[in-house]
Design a protein around this ligand. Structure first.
Ligand SMILES: *[C@@H]1O[C@H](CO)[C@@H](O)[C@H](O)[C@H]1NC(C)=O
Ligand SMILES: *[C@@H]1O[C@H](CO)[C@@H](O)[C@H](O)[C@H]1NC(C)=O
Length: 227
């Protein structure tokens, strides 16, 4: 030990280097482990999200609008009068596909109707979309409750928007949940809500969808008669 110190004294830089060499590996191994773990977790969750994003591309091609029920032209017409940006998803089909998308939703996200009919809404998600919030939405859907959340979502061109998202169950005339309406609002864009708050503006769409679905369901003309 003494010899080592004496030997190293004439070379202070070397001593420092030597000490660092002696101590660093141990510190580094602990730090490395923690950082590797945290990085692995980050990469894993990012990959997870990227694969969802990739799933979008796959989904875009795989989405089968042929497999979804065609809404009656009267329902399509009534929904077409609603100004807000929203989609309707079918509760009873696997993976809750979109069965209707409003014009405002198409302009908000940059997709065409053909691209997204039959898709699950997750194509809007990407890196930075909160998995916790998505889980929260799922829980409310399961409980047949409405919810409003803030979410980072993606347009077709890859740009993001802060989404004020209201999701609400829509019941048919027998009181069974037939659809979910997803009303999207780009929080960073300027909007004219005719003096209403964003939340009330969104609820306006839900009310209008409810009325359209309930009345047409009562007259048995929710869906186009099957060929
Ligand atoms: C539904 O209405 C939209 C306009 O709001 C129209 O572009 C679309 O072709 C209609 N779809 C069907 C199936 O009639
Ligand atoms: C309401 O939805 C339920 C479940 O899909 C269905 O069984 C029932 O026939 C529907 N009622 C009407 C009036 O469409």
């Amino acid at each position: 030990m003494v010899t080592l110190v004496l030997f190293l004294l004439p070379f202070p830089g070397m001593e420092t280097r030597r000490r660092l060499e002696a101590e660093e590996p141990r510190i580094a191994s602990v730090c490395d482990k923690e950082m590797a773990l945290s990085t692995a977790n980050k990469i894993f969750s990012t990959l997870n999200r990227y694969s969802k994003l990739t799933g979008l591309v796959v989904c875009e091609r795989r989405c089968d609008s042929v497999g979804i029920p065609a809404l009656s032209s009267s329902l399509n017409l009534s929904l077409g009068r609603i100004k807000q940006s929203f989609v309707l998803t079918d509760r009873h089909l696997p993976d809750m596909p979109i069965v209707y998308a409003s014009d405002a939703f198409l302009s908000l996200t940059g997709y065409s109707r053909e691209e997204i009919l039959g898709c699950n809404c997750r194509f809007l998600n990407g890196p930075g979309t909160s998995a916790e919030v998505l889980e929260e939405i799922n829980q409310h859907i399961c409980l047949e409750e409405a919810c409003t959340v803030h979410l980072l979502n993606y347009r077709k061109d890859g740009s993001t928007f802060r989404d004020l998202l209201h999701v609400s169950p829509i019941r048919n005339s027998s009181g069974k949940v037939a659809f979910h309406v997803w009303v999207h609002l780009d929080e960073s864009a300027k909007h004219d809500f005719s003096g209403l708050t964003p939340e009330v503006w969104q609820l306006g769409a839900v009310g209008a969808v409810r009325v359209a679905v309930r009345s047409l369901s009562a007259s048995g003309s929710l869906l186009r008669p099957s060929q």
